[in-house]
Design a protein around this ligand. Structure first.
Ligand code: PFF
Ligand code: NA
Length: 436
């Protein structure tokens, strides 16, 4: 069997993991979820969810991945708990489903890049969305997006994923800072910042039940947790850097990108009307933003840059979603990487087709992943590392880092009690909204 690839450097791993984390979730969902859930009130709950629950959960996946040094299914066997491999398998399944609709939205982004050049969405933003989000255009763009994703993953962990993310992540950061700087010049920017940044704690208190599930779901999704992605990526470490330090860097950069996206989106929305109508389903964000670009001077250029950033973010995430099933099949069945990437990618493209017929299916896929698969997966991971895995596996957290054993013990108890409790609560509240 061919030797396993590893990241060429610590920075290579961090770029790849940041690439996975930073995606449509940060730049597209985050500002609009915030808008839909009362602005700054949502932001506060989301930040708590990211740092208090997301970060410890990322350490859970890192421990399993680096210690298991295999694909997310075999990792559990390597650790000596083969009867838990279904947990990794659940992540593989979630990755497949998520990529199938993520790619459809990636296809929309391609169409909006084209629309920025042709001026397609300048007249009637709603009609443009209708024309690219369903039917042949949606199918074609979805297939193109999947083809690019397949191409990168087929090239390998270092030559494909690491190389692509090393270009895309710096580009995202630079362009987003530029857009945020430009947004300060807009009339109405102040109102946007205010809506975004001044939390109304009364709103949090009275809407707790409806804010927590989307904030938690968003926190896991944005950090790519519960999909076995971070298990797969940390399995290519092959080195003893500090997991908490690397994870901390990834969480911080991911959060900065989301916050920065808010600094771009809110001034734009308030410059052209306000945040009303920006919440709601998958498409409203595209319509609201494109409508705004159509009304701003040099809106086509700004739109082009914005959607280019969105494309890089989407691609650096979609490759991580494809890597999960590909690593599983190549390692467990000994099929070559190129063949596997192509076959898996084609299957995923087909699974995504229903989502090209309108946003109902897309919202359905999205709800199932957010409210069901994600919390179940994170719950199982926390129970496994918290209560099942032996101390030797737990101590993987401290290998190569200067953290003391009391940090590891505190983390362990957090993962044993707090994470599963909060996740169960989220699952419960989320199912309530799903069946409402
Ligand atoms: N974190 C990505 C985003 O915020 O868009 C999406 C994602 C990628 C989710 C990879 C899950 C995953 F495994
Ligand atoms: Na993200």
């Amino acid at each position: 069997m061919a030797e396993r690839e590893t990241w060429t450097s610590r920075i290579g791993f961090i770029f790849a993991a940041v690439g996975s984390a930073v995606g449509l979730g940060n730049i597209w969902s985050f500002p609009f979820q915030t808008a839909a859930n009362g602005g700054a009130a949502f932001l506060v709950v989301y930040l708590l969810a990211v740092f208090l629950i997301g970060f410890p959960t990322m350490m859970v996946e890192f421990v399993i991945g680096r210690r298991g040094e295999s694909n997310p299914v075999a990792a559990f066997e390597k650790l000596g708990y083969g009867n838990w491999s279904f947990t990794g398998g659940l992540g593989v399944f979630s990755s497949l489903v998520t990529l199938s609709f993520y790619s459809v939205v990636g296809g929309w982004v391609l169409s909006y890049i084209a629309g920025s050049v042709t001026g397609g969405y300048f007249g009637d933003a709603g009609a443009y969305f209708g024309s690219v989000a369903s039917g042949p255009v949606a199918i074609g763009a979805h297939l193109v997006f999947m083809a690019i994703t397949i191409g990168i993953v087929a090239s390998g962990v270092t030559d494909g994923i690491e190389r692509a993310t090393k270009v895309m992540i710096p580009a995202i950061l630079v362009l987003l800072v530029g857009l945020a700087a430009w947004a300060t010049t807009l009339e109405g920017a102040t109102a946007g910042y205010e809506y975004y940044l001044s939390p109304d704690f009364g709103v949090i208190a009275s809407n707790f039940g409806s804010i927590v599930p989307p904030a938690m779901g968003q926190a896991f999704f944005t950090l790519s947790l519960g999909f076995s992605v971070m298990i797969a990526y940390s399995s290519y470490l092959g080195r003893d850097d500090s997991l908490p330090a690397d994870g901390g860097a990834i969480v911080v950069v991911n959060t900065l990108v989301a916050l920065l996206a808010g600094f771009v989106v809110f001034p734009i929305l308030f410059a052209t009307g306000g945040a009303e109508g920006a919440g709601g389903g998958a498409g409203t964000a595209f319509i609201a933003l494109a409508g705004a670009f159509g009304n701003l001077p040099a809106g086509g250029v700004i739109g082009f840059v914005f959607f280019a950033v969105l494309l890089f973010a989407a691609l650096s995430s979609s490759i991580s979603l494809l890597e999960v099933p590909v690593s599983y099949v190549t390692e467990n069945y000994g099929v070559g990487r190129r063949t596997t990437a192509l076959a898996m990618g084609a299957a995923i493209a087909v699974i995504g087709l229903p989502a090209t017929f309108g946003t109902t299916w897309l919202d359905f896929y999205n709800d199932v992943v957010f409210n069901l698969l994600l919390p179940i997966s994170v719950f199982l991971l926390a129970i496994f590392v918290g209560w099942v895995a032996d101390r030797e596996a737990i101590d993987e957290l401290g290998r190569g880092s200067s953290i003391g054993s009391s940090f590891t013990t505190a983390w362990l108890w957090w993962v044993r009690i707090v994470v599963p409790t909060v996740v169960l609560m989220t699952l419960w509240l989320g199912l309530e909204t799903l069946y409402e």
